[in-house]
Ligand binder design. Structure first.
Ligand code: NAD
Length: 483
């Protein structure tokens, strides 16, 4: 296994260099549990340098570019991502343990973000506002300035793509802090962006630990906007740190998203989504459709269909490209196994489990996809985000009860509704507390064009789609008195 660049180097102001004092961290291959390579352990001073470089870039050529010029660069980055899709796929599979097909989809999605935001860059417009006689009033959308981006390990390419793409489209400069468990594609993305002509210092990448480089970025007074995707616990810290500097934040946090199946649903059409929306990426998806809330009349039938699909699922090394790869780390595997054991200890029944293939490396982080049935809605397995391939099923009788169960967690990220009844579709779309509602489909992690974000503890602010561009910009009102 070779990596074509020096993974220990971070990017600051167009210079690839070692982290302060040449500090490094180990990056582990979750398929084998073996050392993959070393990465730089960025420090508070490295972050400070990166923020200063981003400010310098903002004051330079980038700050003077037209929106069309920025859009062209983004589009070019998208083209170059597609040219490098094989290598990005390979790196992501090694680093995150994603089966190759999933890793490839993520690389293509990152290219889509660049294309989408490249095309959108010069289409963000202000308004004119009718005001008093003798005045012309209009609004302008301007970049915040230096933006900080702290991203998790589960979809490194998609999440970096969506926040960096949106921020650059609006003319911001960026400091990206990838997750310490998975950062190779962020480093390669930065190399691709350089090749595509992004000026020096516009995108800076500092790898390192959350409580070091991440904390330094979120509390840096030179950062004007923070985009964070990750856990609720760290989200709270980011919000506090940003609050000290009165800086706006976008928080994309966790979820416990339901898929509600009514008696009249087209079950054959639903089945791939009912399972895939949770188990894809080993269940490590913030918007995983991990709670199946099923109407009594089809409950046993759906349990049988889902069980058959889950039992047939194969788990193995990323490069074998099976249904499910390893989880990101032993720590994550232990957390997920802890939930499975807690379910069993409290008397819950497992309806089905997939298979870990023979010959998987002993130190790989493998967990069987698991379906628990008849899970009370207030059980920990139905309330807490497991972030692994564990699905819970709960029956319901009335539409009212379905809404109560669906809305009965701290989260509100995504919901899927499966019914042919148009009236029920509309009522559910209104009654459910979630940032995205899918009717007769489910887009876990998908949809570059679709505004995405949470309610309640799933966070606030919107990324993806055109809507994100409002978050990555600030509105200025200009009132001209001309008589
Ligand atoms: P995490 O919160 O532990 O880490 C996310 C990022 O925050 C990493 O880059 C980490 O280094 C950094 N970080 C950690 N401590 C920090 C601190 N004190 N200050 C600043 N930065 C810090 O989350 P994770 O375990 O990497 O990811 C899993 C979580 O992310 C899940 O809860 C999942 O639901 C959520 N997630 C949400 C979305 C979404 O869009 N809503 C997408 C993916 C993941």
């Amino acid at each position: 296994m070779t990596i074509s660049f020096n993974t220990e180097q971070i990017l600051i102001g167009g210079q690839w260099r070692n982290a302060e004092n040449n500090q490094t961290l180990d990056l582990i291959n979750p398929s084998t549990g073996e050392l993959l390579c070393k990465i730089g352990r960025g420090s508070e001073n490295d972050i400070d340098d990166a923020v200063k470089a981003a400010q310098t870039a903002l004051d330079g050529e980038w700050g003077r570019m037209t929106a069309t010029q920025r859009g062209r660069i983004l589009t070019k980055i998208g083209e170059k991502i597609l040219e490098n899709v094989d290598e990005l796929t390979r790196l992501e599979s090694l680093d995150v343990g994603k089966p190759t097909t999933q890793a490839r989809n993520d690389a293509i999605a990152m290219a889509r973000y660049m294309e989408f935001y490249g095309g959108a860059a010069d289409k963000v417009m202000g308004h004119t506002i009718p005001y008093m006689d003798g005045y012309t009033v209009y609004t302008l959308r301007e970049p915040h300035g230096v933006t900080g981006h702290i991203v998790p390990w589960n979809y490194p390419m998609q999440i970096a793509g969506r926040c960096i793409g949106g921020a650059l489209a609006m003319g911001n400069t960026c400091v990206l802090k990838p997750a310490e468990e998975a950062c190779l594609t962020a480093l390669m993305f930065a190399r691709i962006a350089e090749e595509a002509g992004l000026p020096k210092g516009v995108l800076n990448v500092v790898t390192g630990l959350g409580n070091e480089a991440g904390a330094a970025l979120s509390s840096h007074p030179g950062v004007h906007h923070i985009s964070f995707t990750g856990s609720v616990g760290v989200g709270k810290l980011i919000e506090k740190a940003a609050g000290e500097n009165i800086v706006p934040v976008t928080l994309e946090l966790g979820g416990k998203s339901p898929q509600i199946v009514f008696d009249d649903a087209d079950l054959d059409a639903a089945l791939p989504f009912l399972v895939g929306a949770c188990i894809q990426n080993g269940g490590q998806t913030c918007s995983a459709g991990s709670r199946l809330i099923i109407q009594r009349g089809v409950y046993e039938k759906v349990i049988k269909m889902v069980s058959e699909k889950i039992s047939a699922m194969k788990v193995g090394p990323a490069t074998d490209d099976l249904d499910v790869g390893p989880l990101i780390s032993k720590k994550q595997r232990d957390v997920v196994e802890g939930y499975i054991n807690a379910g069993l200890e409290s008397g819950l029944k497992i309806a089905a489990q997939g298979q870990i293939m023979e010959g998987c490396p002993e130190n790989g982080c493998y967990v069987k996809p698991t379906l628990f049935r008849d899970v009370p809605p207030d059980h920990k397995l139905a309330q807490e985000e497991i972030f692994g391939p564990v699905q819970v099923a709960t029956p319901f009788d009335s539409e009212e009860e379905a809404v109560k169960i669906a809305n009965g967690t701290d989260y509100g990220l995504v919901t899927g509704v499966w019914t042919r009844d148009g009236g029920c579709q509309m009522r559910m779309a209104k009654a459910i507390k979630a940032g995205q509602i899918f009717i007769n489909n489910y887009g876990a992690g998908g949809g570059v064009e679709l505004p995405f974000g949470g309610m309640r503890k799933s966070g606030f602010g919107r990324e993806k789609g055109f809507e994100a561009l409002y978050g990555f910009s600030v509105l200025k009102t200009v009132a001209v008195r001309h008589g």
